[in-house]
Design a protein around this ligand. Structure first.
Ligand SMILES: Nc1nc2c(c(=O)[nH]1)N[C@H]1C(S)=C(S)[C@@H](COP(=O)(O)O)O[C@H]1N2
Ligand SMILES: [Mo]
Length: 368
């Protein structure tokens, strides 16, 4: 069960909802998820698989090796003085966001049962990964950029680091950053101080925190979190018999939208009600439309999209809808610029690891 922390974790807001303390996992309460376009650091969700490393910025080095012409070892000062500082407005979303709705269909043991809060958005600033890779010289056989973090994870008695990789074409895209700033301030410890990868448009797991090393290689990372976890299986697959080689290695986030206000179970005065939430397209696509229904999906109105269209960040939205006295199922679904829409039911996309739930979001409320 999630707890409302009496003592918030370091750097977090008193309302931050802790799902586990060691490792730290948690996020903002529903009503604060989509309060601001840029999530304050003290509310930004935290998804940790292992320890929180404490890193001395003076002795810190980032290494770049593998299939490069010139392996590099860079200090934080080198990163700031020898390369550009670029800012990117980007949303991070865990592939496990909204797992609780999948768990309600069939149990998903051993995973964090996220509600809709494993998503947040910030302006990240740092060095474009592309600049570093070009400085090191990318050899023709380099097909993937693998990242290794400095934290330590324990699984079935084994200890290892967190890692992941992205294909070289994405690694050379201008939006991928080695970030040292979040919302104009130094990266907080929980979010990867002193340096993290930010892979806009991809599942959060590829944005490796406490980055120690970048390795260019012919194959994807063999790290547990790339080779086993964060893979998508069909609904019929089961944990004990799963063929890990066959599953989809997750990369781009899929289209989603969520109602943040009113919260599930809310009792509201009948009449005109304001509905608010977020929509996120993933993969560099943008939100074209958010539809809201107050009758379980029989009829729809269009929400008003707030702010400006962006490639890498979510879009907050708002709708006004008339509610007669009684129970109502509010529903949200989005459409992106590639005309993708969301699946109607979570049951149709259930998978035993509980990833990528982007079904229509439903919230039962009572007006009266
Ligand atoms: N080193 C390291 N990087 C990591 C993780 C981790 O446990 N260790 N978690 C990943 C996952 S699964 C997600 S969803 C994002 C979460 O980033 P945040 O905690 O800053 O929100 O970080 C990713 N980077
Ligand atoms: Mo994640």
């Amino acid at each position: 069960m999630a707890e409302h922390s009496t003592e918030p974790p370091d750097g977090k807001h008193p309302a931050f909802v802790v799902r586990s303390r060691a490792p730290l996992n948690g996020g903002p309460p529903p009503e604060l998820i989509a309060r601001a376009e840029h999530t304050p650091a003290e509310l930004f969700y935290v998804r940790n698989h292992g320890s929180l490393p404490s890193i001395d910025p003076a002795s810190y080095r980032l290494t770049i090796g593998g299939l490069v012409e010139r392996p590099l070892a860079l200090t934080l000062a080198d990163l700031r003085s020898q390369f550009s500082r670029v800012a990117v407005d980007a949303t991070l979303q865990c592939a496990g966001n909204r797992r609780d709705e999948l768990q309600a269909i069939r149990p998903i043991p051993g995973e964090v049962l996220w509600g809709a809060e494993a998503i947040s958005s910030a302006v990240w600033a740092g060095v474009p990964l592309r600049e570093l890779l070009l400085a090191a010289g990318v050899l023709p056989a380099a097909a993937h950029a693998a990242f290794a973090g400095l934290d330590e994870v324990e699984r079935q008695g084994q200890r290892f680091g967190f890692g992941g990789s992205i294909a070289i074409d994405k690694a050379l895209a201008p939006e991928v950053l080695l970030a040292y700033e979040m919302n104009g301030a130094p990266l907080p410890a929980a979010h990867g101080f002193p340096l993290r990868v930010v892979v806009p448009g991809y599942i959060g797991a590829r944005s490796v925190k406490w980055l120690a090393a970048i390795t260019l290689q012919a194959a994807p990372s063999s790290n547990y979190f790339q080779a086993r976890a964060y893979k998508l299986f069909p609904p019929a697959a089961e944990a004990h018999s799963a063929d890990w080689q066959q599953a989809l290695m997750l990369g781009e986030s899929s289209l989603t939208s969520v109602i943040c206000q009113p919260a599930a179970g809310a009792r509201l005065p009948a009449g005109l009600v304001s509905i608010e939430g977020y929509a996120y397209a993933g993969g560099g696509r943008s939100i074209a439309r958010v539809d809201i229904s107050a009758d379980g999906g029989a009829s729809w109105v269009q929400a008003e999209l707030r702010g400006q269209p962006t490639r890498w960040a979510w879009r907050l939205w708002q709708a006004q809808i008339e509610l007669a006295p009684g129970a109502h199922t509010l529903v949200a679904r989005a459409c992106d610029t590639a005309a993708n829409t969301q699946p109607e039911s979570a049951a149709s996309i259930w998978n035993f690891k509980g990833y990528m739930n982007n079904a229509w979001h439903r919230v039962l409320v009572h007006a009266g």
